[in-house]
Design a protein around this ligand. Structure first.
Ligand code: FES
Ligand code: MG
Length: 592
């Protein structure tokens, strides 16, 4: 933040009021007049505020932002700014093939161009569906003009036969029910659809609720903004207040780099554990940090996050859904509990100009079934554990979703309580898995570990959410629900599987997973944080040579130009899956 004496002039003046270049000024102004803005407005010295619109018919989760933007505009006008709304490349988590995360960096790139190349003094980031939040925060980080995020809010709770059913999460259960013959296809569709009864993002603690909550924990949203359900009247009011606030932020020159400091990221890591946040969070937060030049590693997630207890009782780890989280106090109540344990650095600045400590000091829990007090958590040590070994340099495991069944079956040897060994079953990409998982020839039993490779940022462009694999039908019928799964792809945040995922480097980038064969023995030790193929070095070396001679790990051909471009430029999941050249461009609004 700068004081007023050092405040830079509004950058939009270079377009609309540049006495050195009257020709261009006239040209710039002329086109913005044709929908009703006046020359007087454009030259009044009032901040021009972009509204980066992620809602569209192709993006149903964020579509309500089209309505909310009207109240954002009201706020901007009221505070003396001029709103200019523009579209962001759509990212629809469930509709985009082959995977929505392919488009995170594309939306990022295009938004950087818009923020840099047009006369915008500040921007409202309309966030919501999974990848929209990181894409927009990444772009704000790179350009570093004053920016404030506004969540679209979660859907209303889903209900089926008197029980809460969570968006995304129910799919895993419904698939099992269909495999077990309890419901037919019609019943499957009905059950899944009942989980998503309104506009908004997924009502479970999936990637969307996680990333929206973390955008607030990072200080990029007004306090309390993340949890308000999309259709509640409070959401409209929050949109209005967000519009009011961004204009002041421009006058204060309060930029993303003032808010998203390393301390803010550490706070967010701790909040992520307390909410039982998605395994996609490290990918996205590490990416935002890299675009800011903030030092953040995958190890930081274990160092700062692992010992934090689980406080939020939301599906998939718990029972409740988005509306309940809001009524229980949302992110401020969780942050307040972590503050009471000294786990939040309280002086970190947020977009409202106050510190996170000031914002959350009086945030009480309103329903202890949904948000537990720090001293009575749902579970201890709810963060991620970071594993390594000859299979990969790093992969993460979400401890909070390890089920009782899983603990009993795999983690109950009294001599070695957190380690297990098994026979590897290896799949090359999701299509291979779907084709062969029920094949009796694989003879999969409860002593097997399922591996998914070819699913990382290069292998399956953008990294597929496919590591959590169901057991074969014949095991489901015997009551074996969760086999250990390991892979170089991601896992949907709405899945409750205790998988080991985001393995980096991926098979397609020369990682150890490429050397694994079905029937190899593998040992996972959750105390030592290791994951190894039990194969001697000579054999591993021979396999490495053979793979090299064969031209490396094969993956499917590019389907689109962007797939090819991104595959050539992208880093691995542990470092945020960013475009390598992009992180060389920082603080563009300040001249790089
Ligand atoms: Fe868009 Fe879950 S699919 S928020
Ligand atoms: Mg997802």
């Amino acid at each position: 933040m700068s004081d007023s004496s050092t405040k830079p002039p509004l950058r939009s003046r270079a377009w609309f009021d540049n006495p050195d270049n009257p020709d261009m000024t006239a040209l710039y102004i002329e086109r913005y007049l044709n929908f009703g803005l006046s020359q007087q407005e454009l030259q009044s010295g009032r901040p021009i505020i972009g509204i980066a619109q992620t809602g569209s018919d192709l993006s149903p989760c964020n579509r309500h932002h089209i309505e909310l933007a009207k109240r954002v505009r009201d706020g901007i006008r009221e505070a003396g700014g001029i709103p200019i709304e523009f579209p962001v490349h759509p990212i629809q988590e469930t509709g985009k093939r082959p995977t929505a995360s392919l488009d995170r960096n594309l939306a990022y790139l295009s938004l950087v161009e818009v923020l840099y190349g047009y006369p915008l003094d500040g921007v409202v980031l309309t966030i919501g569906c999974d990848k929209t939040t990181p894409a927009l925060l990444m772009a704000a980080a790179t350009v570093n003009i004053p920016a404030i995020a506004l969540s679209v809010g979660p859907m209303l709770n889903g209900w089926f036969r008197g029980e809460r059913v969570g968006a995304g999460t129910i799919v895993w259960k419904a698939r099992e029910m269909m495999a077990a013959g309890e419901i037919d296809y019609e019943g499957f569709v009905r059950l899944v659809a009942s989980s998503a009864p309104s506009t908004g993002f997924c009502n479970t603690m999936g990637t969307a609720t996680t990333m929206n909550t973390l955008a607030e924990a990072l200080g990029m949203q007004l306090p309390g903004s993340a949890a308000i359900p999309a259709t509640y009247r409070d959401r409209q009011e929050m949109a209005y207040r967000t519009g009011l606030r961004i204009v002041d932020m421009v006058h204060e020159d309060l930029k993303p780099s003032d808010v998203m400091t390393r301390a803010a990221f550490i706070n967010a890591i701790r909040v992520n554990s307390a909410i039982g946040g998605s395994t996609n969070a490290p990918v996205h937060l590490n990416s935002v940090a890299r675009h800011l030049g903030v030092d953040l590693s995958i190890e930081d997630w274990q160092t700062y996050g692992e010992a934090v207890p689980l406080l939020v009782n939301l599906q998939p780890a718990g029972e409740y859904l988005g509306e309940d989280f809001y009524h229980a106090g949302g992110a401020p109540a969780v942050i307040n509990q972590l503050m009471s344990a000294g786990l939040i650095q309280e002086d970190v600045l947020t977009v409202n100009g106050r510190s996170i400590g000031e914002n959350c000091r009086n945030a009480a829990i309103e329903d202890e079934n949904v948000i537990r007090p720090f001293g009575r958590p749902l579970q201890k040590d709810a963060g991620f554990r970071v594993l390594s070994g000859n299979l990969f340099d790093s992969a993460i495991m979400k401890l909070s979703v390890i089920s009782e069944e899983f603990r009993r079956r795999y983690l109950s040897n009294p001599d070695d309580p957190m380690a297990f060994e098994g026979r590897a079953i290896v799949f090359d990409g999701p299509e291979d898995y779907h084709a062969r998982i029920d094949d009796p020839a694989l003879a999969i039993d409860e002593h097997c570990i399922l591996f998914m490779r070819g699913a990382g940022p290069i292998g399956y462009p953008g990294a597929a959410e496919v590591v959590n694999m169901r057991a074969p039908d014949y095991l489901l019928r015997r009551g074996v629900h969760a086999l250990p799964c390991v892979g170089d792809g991601r896992q949907s945040g709405t899945s409750g599987s205790p998988s080991i995922l985001n393995a980096s480097p991926e098979a397609a980038a020369g990682g150890g997973l490429a050397l694994l064969k079905t029937d190899d023995r593998v040992r996972i030790d959750l105390v030592k944080c290791t994951a190894n193929m039990l194969i001697d070095d000579a054999e591993l070396e021979a396999r490495r040579k053979a793979l090299k001679a064969a031209g490396g790990y094969a993956y499917p051909a590019h389907q689109t130009p962007w797939q090819e471009i991104q595959r050539g430029l992208v880093t691995q999941l542990e470092s945020g899956m960013v475009l390598k050249p992009a992180v060389n461009y920082r603080r563009l609004a300040q001249g790089g």
